[in-house]
Design a protein around this ligand. Sequence first.
Ligand code: N01
Length: 541
Amino acid sequence: MSESDPSSDDFDAVVVGAGFAGMYMLHRLQARGLRARVYEAGTSVGGTWYWNRYPGARCDVPSLDYSYSFSEELQQEWQWTERYPSQPEILAYANHVADRFDLRRDIQFETRVVGAQYHEEPARWTVRTDRGDRVTARFLITAAGCLSAPAVPDFKGLESFEGSWYHTGLWPKEGVDFSGKRVAIIGTGSSGIQAMPVIAREADHVCLLQRTANYVTLAHNPALDAEAVAHVKAEYPEYRERARQTRLGISIETPEHSALEVSPEERERIYERRWAVGDANVFVTSFTDIYSNLDANETAAEFVRAKIRSIVNDPVVAELLTPRDHAFGAKRLCISEEYYEAFNRDNVTLVDVKQRPIEEITPTGIRVGDDVCEVDVIVFSTGYDAITGPILNMNIRNSAGLTLNEKWVNGPVTYLGLATKGFPNLLMITGPGSPSVLVNVIAAIEQHVEWISDTIAFMDDNGIATIEPTEQAEQDWGAEVARIGARSFISSFNAWYMGANIPGKPRVVLPYAGGLVKYRRFCQQVVADNYAGFVLSGSSS
Ligand code: N01
């Protein structure tokens, strides 16, 4: 459909999504006095934390780090209550931010962007929504999140199921009453692992259907100690700066020793001590080379396997729960305080769907081989069309009518994950080829938003109308993302990091695995070199 009609509204920028990325982007645009419109599908702000209301939903980055650093007043006034923030608390924080910075006036809720096309003359994006809006903007900024396109596998018979079913990423606001119910949970990623023990406390019976066993590290979730919080707040800017200098964007001590240069006994003592802290980040940073040397990695993997054997009473169940087909960290690590213990409950059954996949969903349950798990409720914790899905779902076209889906048919092609050639003034926050999901995503968001708003300021100050990368810059960046990805363990296993969970999706490394510090340096260098790799053109007047 042609979108060349003149629009009724013209903005400096349209931002898609009012999660943490969209909110901060809007704040920066407002601060520059620019005219911005944010479209958000939900009824309020919060993005992933608005939609993921499943039982037990909680972030695995500590709350003192998983929060904005851009405002000293904000970080001083907000009081987190637990080490790992729960979904309701993060959502309350997001709402507080929206009110505190008066963001809602420029956000249109319950509105999904369904199309966007660039026009060279004038240099504008036309954006369409499912509510019939048709607006133009100089910049189209995607802030739709990396994990916001839920994926429900195409199971035969789902439409015949007579009970109710839910996806963890689209959880009903009113909640789900599991009492007296027989429940099946499909999927053992972070969502299924968090949800299962909580649902098992309420439900009559839970059947957990596992295709790939995951490594789950211990995460205690104590109430935050007031004195410790005061200590951080007394020097919050320095604390944040330390976090910025780490690979993950989390203020944490960096390890000094290889796992292979200490004796097995000493290694065990170190792992044991760090495991007992109950902070997953403390455990995974026990040694320098857990993520870079397969032998070192195996020591961490074996430690967790031994923990599973020591916690789970039934040795057959323990063995099924033991990951043996991928390196520690090749799939996203999960955290829990109670996951393995939950298998000692009488009302939890683990069903292996690797040897015998799910055949079909029947009106009363799920058939695996000749057995049927009879259930009243099915919970799909089956993941997302990650990183590219939310962007490609917007039906973005360039001035020649080429869709982004067509350009990315063999996998996403970007420069720094921020922009893609042929689509001028399309800027992506935590896009494919940026660190996004592999680091503290709020730190990644802040870095991207600041880069984008500084770039817009630079363009305005210099009368530049458009920005887009060169083909060479894209190719070089793509090669760098693939090179770093191949060195890390994430490319060694077919996980969602590789797009492998979605049938037909190209298998490429989606995030940049080199860490936040290195990535930030690339972005800074590009600016220092007068936006090397970008073509800046036209007059913005
Ligand atoms: O999704 P996933 P998620 N038959 O894709 C299984 C973030 N997050 O929502 O591994 C049977 O990880 C699939 O099996 P397999 C975090 O970044 C963070 O749990 O493909 N099973 C897998 O077990 C996380 O990584 C937090 O063999 C099928 C599961 O479904 C990301 O979100 C909390 C199947 C999907 O796991 C996504 O996590 C929650 C099929 N046909 C989420 N299809 C925290 O911060 C899929 N599966 C703590």
